[in-house]
Design a protein. Structure first.
Length: 273
């Protein structure tokens, strides 16, 4: 039993301190904002462009299966504001319209099936203070350019070599109306930072609420279930092995009782009892 406890404790320490399996496999993304105005005013609508980049360097290519994206703002008093994104023609590029009251707000990027990303702290009136990068970008690497003239603000990041994409990257999934809405949003962002009609903004916020709930059910919680399953499997294996050894020991300690010899014809078996 003591050996069993030690093995389980060691296994628990290894699993808890290890990063999630999909994180080790590169299952993460980064939300990068387009440049914001120098000062954001309270209760004023602004159109914000942002990019959702897998590994921090390229679009997520899975036939539009990324899921809802957007921006999630959390105030110091716990108030949350959700703003759903609209796909733009550029791969991995989205836009949303925000209207934020005065105060300090934690800004997170909602990234579909990926975990939410810490963008930074927004002060209104004021501007955004970016959060430190959650994933270190290796300098001198090779980066593939999936875009045309419009690229993510940090491109090519710290890459030493930039190569063009081997094939045209798929445009964002969605209906033609969504594509047109994205183009209109991009034009508005480039002109004066005005919001779309209030009805569209309300629809974006509703989709943002869905994105926030999707972020709560992200796959980052799965490793804890794997820990429980692994511990149960190890414990069961050790208990079975211990039961087998106990059975063998008991069998070896049983007294030997030779079988009685049957009497042959013409013989007389004399019992010693």
């Amino acid at each position: 039993m003591r050996r069993l406890i030690l093995v389980l404790a060691a296994l628990t320490a290894v699993l808890v301190t290890a990063p999630p399996a999909h994180a080790r496999a590169g299952f993460w993304a980064v939300t990068e904002l387009d440049p914001l105005p120098a000062t954001l005013r309270p209760d004023v609508s602004y159109t914000v462009g942002y990019w959702v980049l897998q590994h921090g360097t390229h679009p997520y290519d899975d036939n539009g299966a990324l899921g809802p994206t957007g921006l999630l703002l959390t105030g110091e008093d716990g108030t949350t504001l959700s703003f759903g994104g609209t796909p733009l023609p550029d791969p991995a590029h989205y836009a949303t319209t925000i209207t934020v009251p005065a105060g300090r707000w934690r800004v997170q990027g909602v990234q579909g099936k990926f975990a939410p990303y810490e963008v930074g702290t927004l002060t209104v009136p004021g501007t955004l203070k970016p959060a430190p990068p959650q994933y270190a970008m290796q300098a001198g690497s090779e980066i593939t350019d999936y875009w045309g003239q419009v690229k993510p603000p940090g491109f090519p990041w710290k890459a030493a070599t930039v190569i063009p994409a081997r094939a045209p990257f798929a445009t964002p999934s969605g209906s033609a109306s969504e594509q047109k809405a994205g183009q209109a949003t991009a034009q508005a962002a480039g002109q004066a930072g005005l919001a779309p009609p209030s009805s569209q903004a309300a629809a974006m916020r509703a989709s943002g609420a869905t994105a926030a709930s999707a972020g709560d059910s992200s796959p980052w919680r799965q490793p804890y279930a794997l820990i429980v399953v692994a511990l149960a499997a190890v414990a069961g294996t050790l208990l079975v092995q211990r039961a087998v050894r106990a059975a063998r020991t008991t069998g070896r300690r049983e007294p030997y009782d030779p079988p009685e010899r049957e009497a042959r014809e013409g013989e007389e078996v004399i019992g010693l009892g």
